[in-house]
Design a protein around this ligand. Structure first.
Ligand code: MG
Length: 397
């Protein structure tokens, strides 16, 4: 292992957490928050870049969960200061110790311990900590507390704390490497005592902790909405019409409705789902059904229209786009749509993995005017709205 240069600072990134507290996860299989996308890139990549580009930092040691090797490799791709990651423990404290142990042979002067869930760490803040370490053994960035804080006592008692003397503690926290390593090794030998951060641990060992100004933007991602700061909203529209022909039912929004005629067209001729699918593809700038399912392909001839909609929903998920809402209008004289409206909403909700409250299905006539007025067929129009990370790559295929 290479030795760090004199006065070298190693950045220790703690990225082993599973994010169990990360609220409102859209799917159970969503990656931990440090690997979720923030803008174009995983959260951890923003963190690594900040330290990679900082002149005071010589190496970056990341502590990861053993299952996250592939996600880490993507996040760290191309960064030259990154040492091979090491596996963390079940608690943050054990993970920090694993990271410190991994770099001990390099004998660095200082270490900056940083949470992987703080992607907005700035070069200015890193510089501030590094400069303070020239004279201090332990440095933490702190930010004011905007709310009035009460300390709960026993039962119903509580008291207001002096807000002007309270601070929120952020990372990176900077330490003399030897002092932090020794504090962690000692803590590991005395189980039961849990420290919420590294500064409180070295403080316990009698080391004075210097506070420097933190940064309001340096937030720790704790809820889903923290990732959603930079979103683009897009809207797409779709329209379709199919003519009546001989038959005994029509299919609209996946719901079979008895009728003295049927709609002409490939598969189930579900004009409503066709309009809706085109609206969603439109919001994603991905063309229309015809482009993805050409009728010249025999395989598409009798495909259920639900397949088209599922395809569009999958493409949205692939772009990390969340469907915000859809609004669909079915235009016809016959059959009556009202009695089937609720069933249509639940059917679409099931296909699109949405809540019924995100789906609107309406119906109207054209007062006996035009082709729908003469009951020659049914038309449908739809609007779909999606939210996607700013800068998401939209492709035209
Ligand atoms: Mg159609």
């Amino acid at each position: 292992m290479s030795h760090a240069p004199e006065n070298a600072i190693i950045a220790l990134i703690v990225a082993a957490g599973r994010g169990r507290r990360f609220a409102d996860r859209p799917r159970a299989d969503a990656p931990p928050k440090q690997y979720r996308r923030l803008g174009r890139e995983p959260v951890l990549r923003h963190v690594l870049r900040a330290f990679e580009n900082h002149p005071h930092v010589s190496h970056i040691q990341t502590v990861i969960h053993p299952d996250d090797g592939a996600l880490y490799a993507q996040a760290a791709d191309g960064f030259e200061k990154c040492l091979p990651p090491v596996a963390g423990g079940s608690e943050r404290q054990a993970s920090v110790l694993a990271g410190l142990t991994a770099v001990r042979a390099m004998n660095p002067a200082s270490v900056l311990v940083h949470d992987a869930a703080r992607p907005h760490v700035s070069a200015e803040l890193i510089t501030r900590i590094a400069q303070a370490l020239e004279t201090a053994k332990a440095v933490v960035p702190v930010a004011p507390v905007p709310d009035t804080v009460r300390l709960l006592g026993d039962g119903r008692t509580s008291q207001t704390l002096p807000r002007d003397r309270l601070r929120r503690v952020q990372t990176p926290q900077g330490f003399d490497f030897r002092i932090l390593l020794e504090a962690h090794e000692k803590a590991a030998r005395t189980p039961g005592r849990v420290f919420t951060d590294d500064a409180s641990m070295v403080e316990q060992a009698g080391i004075e902790v210097l506070c420097v100004d933190g940064d309001e933007k340096n937030i720790k991602l704790t809820v889903e909405s923290d990732l959603m700061e930079r979103l683009d909203y897009r809207t797409g529209s779709g329209f379709d019409a199919h003519r009546f022909t001989q038959g005994g039912h029509v299919t609209l929004c996946g719901v079979k409705i008895p009728h003295e005629q049927t709609l002409e067209g490939h598969s189930d001729a579900d004009v409503a789902i066709h309009a809706l699918t085109d609206a969603l593809l439109g919001a994603l700038a991905l063309g229309d059904i015809g482009r993805h399912f050409p009728m010249s392909d025999e395989n598409n001839r009798n495909r259920a229209s639900e397949d088209f909609l599922r395809f569009a929903v999958d493409r949205a998920a692939g772009l990390q786009a969340r469907i915000v809402n859809i609004d669909l209008t079915i235009i016809c004289e016959v059959p009556k749509i009202g009695p089937y409206r609720e069933e249509m909403v639940s059917r679409l909700a099931a296909i699109m993995n949405l809540d019924g409250s995100q789906i609107s299905v309406k119906a109207t006539t054209t007062e006996k005017m035009g082709f729908t007025g003469r009951a020659e067929g049914i038309a449908a129009q739809a609007v779909a709205s999606v939210a996607l990370p700013r800068g998401a790559v939209m492709t035209s295929d």
